[in-house]
Design a protein around this ligand. Structure first.
Ligand code: GAP
Length: 533
């Protein structure tokens, strides 16, 4: 990860937000290459979700919405993590992320200040490694009481106990942590000039709810019929207690979510006389069928999503499909499959695909008083549709693609001597820059002029980078690190200096194999488009 984080900064994929002011924990900025990478991810997702399908339409909703939405969705009351604070440093941890500690715990019942004028009856304890000198525990305990205004604390009631795998102590200093208590992850703000309870609002913690609350409007205008979906890409905010693993858990991030509305199983049963189930012998989940109940729609979307990840270069062997156990499931979910990626820091979630029943639409019907019922002309039935929700994070995926692309290998330098190179092997579909164009030498006007003409020829069709600075090998290396899949070099052959048959041809270099082929300039656009689509 260290190498990846440093490359991200060096090459302008990802910067710390507000860096010149010391950064802001949990917030990140995308530099020139990162911004292109993210755009490509979002465009690929949008294209595959809506433009290549008849049954999904898009939405672009506001980030701040009516606060009642978050009451209806359950976020106000339940969207929280248990957190604990260090009583000494006030550092906050997610309760489930405190490393279990073993050792000797030193307990104190309080202190006096020696003169008897001041005392504290606050109990405190410190965990230290077994065998470590007791004075260490006493020093930490004294600091705790000093912070409570007792200048020269004399510790009272010291006793010890052997402790195994306890999560009650701060792993960094051994000090006692507070009892776990819930911490709501939604970021609050006030809408309008008055900072009152009535004007309190939230930055959305997920994009999904906007889709549910606009369900009826989208239905009215899009002429879609259930089963159909609405998808959205946009920012979401969570006041994560412990943002970590680079951009993996951030406080501001982007989601790509689809809510795919389906008929309830009872309606399908009535319409077709049977509901196809996962437990049926060899159920096909390739082409949607009228007999599909929620189970098969759910499986269908899991497979569609995995295929999409493969199409942008995350091989099946880098992904894990995790079917959540009953105890893992969110309160609204009938089933959830997490698609995990093997990050260098562990195998972690990229996307969750949940079968949410009709929980959300029912909640909004209840809280808004507006009907969310749908009349299904084919089924001759009125119902509140159920939903399958594939929900992915753009930033996590960008990080996965960066980790997946990072390679170190050997390449010959100018003199043919092998040197190590860093190469980002992005799939051409999501690579930030598709092609780099180089004149062999910068001080030959004819080469420069021709190379610029090639750049202008390619530019309307794809992202192009023109580079004339430095030795050609160094220029290749720079593009290898940026993950540019193709390099076009204009040389003296292009100008026809070795004979007419090579005139108006260029070399096309492949980033991964480093092989070069001679290509006619007139064929470049179509050849490259075929390789990057
Ligand atoms: N509407 C369902 C929902 O929001 P989620 O599992 O909480 O479900 C979906 O989030 C996806 O959003 C995750 O799989 C992840 O990719 C991304 N995500 C969630 N929290 C994130 C965070 N703090 N930082 C970056 N990405 C996050």
């Amino acid at each position: 990860m260290e190498k990846i984080v440093s490359l991200c900064k060096r090459r302008g994929f990802i910067f710390q937000s507000s860096e010149i002011y010391g950064g802001l924990n949990g917030f990140w900025d995308y530099g020139p290459l990162g911004a292109e990478l993210k755009r490509n991810i979002k465009e690929c997702w949008w294209r595959s979700m809506t433009q290549l399908r008849d049954d999904v339409v898009g939405l672009d909703a506001s980030i701040i919405m009516h606060p009642k939405i978050w009451e209806a969705s359950g976020h106000t009351s339940t969207f929280s993590d248990l957190m604990v604070d260090c009583l000494l440093t006030k550092k906050r941890f997610r309760a489930d992320q405190v490393e279990p500690q073993s050792g000797t715990a030193y307990f104190y019942t309080g202190v006096t200040d020696g003169t008897g004028a001041k005392e504290s009856k606050d109990a405190f304890s410190v965990l230290i490694a077994t065998g470590k000198h007791a004075e260490y525990a006493r020093k930490v305990a004294r600091q705790f009481y000093q912070q409570r205004g007792i200048e020269n604390p004399a510790l009272l009631g010291e006793r010890t106990e052997e402790v195994k795998d306890s999560t009650r102590y701060n792993p960094e200093n051994g000090g006692l942590l507070t009892e776990p208590r819930p911490f709501n992850l939604m970021l609050k703000t006030y809408v309008g000039p008055v900072e009152s309870e009535d004007n309190k609002s939230y930055l959305r913690p997920e994009t999904a709810q906007a889709i549910f609350v606009q369900f009826k409007n989208v239905l009215d205008v899009s002429r879609q019929r259930v089963p159909f979906g609405v998808c959205q890409i946009g920012k979401a905010f969570r006041n994560e207690i412990n943002p970590r693993n680079f951009t993996f858990r951030s406080r501001e991030f982007e989601q790509m979510e689809l809510e795919f509305f389906i008929r309830p199983d009872e309606v399908i049963q009535k319409m077709t006389g049977a509901v196809a189930l996962l437990s049926d012998p060899q159920p096909s989940t390739l082409n949607p069928q009228p007999t599909w109940g929620w189970e098969l729609w759910h499986k269908y979307w899991v497979e569609q999503r995995i295929k999409w990840y493969e199409s942008i270069g995350l091989g099946r062997d880098t992904l894990v499909e995790y079917w959540q156990k009953k105890d893992d499931l969110a309160h609204y979910a009938k089933a959830t499959v997490d698609i995990l990626f093997k990050f260098p820091f562990g195998t972690q979630e990229l996307e969750g695909i949940a079968a949410r029943g009709n929980f959300d639409l029912m909640q909004h019907q209840k809280f808004s008083g507006k009907s969310m019922e749908y009349f299904d002309e084919e089924a001759k039935a009125k119902y509140v549709p159920h939903v399958i929700e594939p929900s992915a994070g753009v930033d996590r995926l960008a990080l996965a693609l960066i980790c997946n692309a990072y390679c170190e290998d050997q390449a010959p330098d100018e003199k043919g001597k092998l040197e190590s190179r860093v190469v980002m092997k992005f799939h051409p579909r999501i690579a930030p820059i598709k092609v780099a164009v180089f004149p062999l030498l910068k001080n030959k006007p004819a080469l420069v002029e021709k190379a610029k003409a090639v750049r202008d020829l390619l530019r309307p069709h794809m992202s192009v980078f023109y580079d004339e600075a430095g030795a050609i090998g160094r220029r290749y290396r720079r593009q290898d690190e940026a993950g540019t899949p193709f390099g076009v070099t204009v040389d003296f052959d292009t100008l026809g200096e070795k004979g007419p048959e090579l005139r108006d041809t260029v070399t096309l270099r492949d980033r991964d194999t480093m092989k070069q082929e001679r290509v006619k300039i007139g064929e470049l656009v179509s050849m490259l488009l075929e390789r990057i689509r």
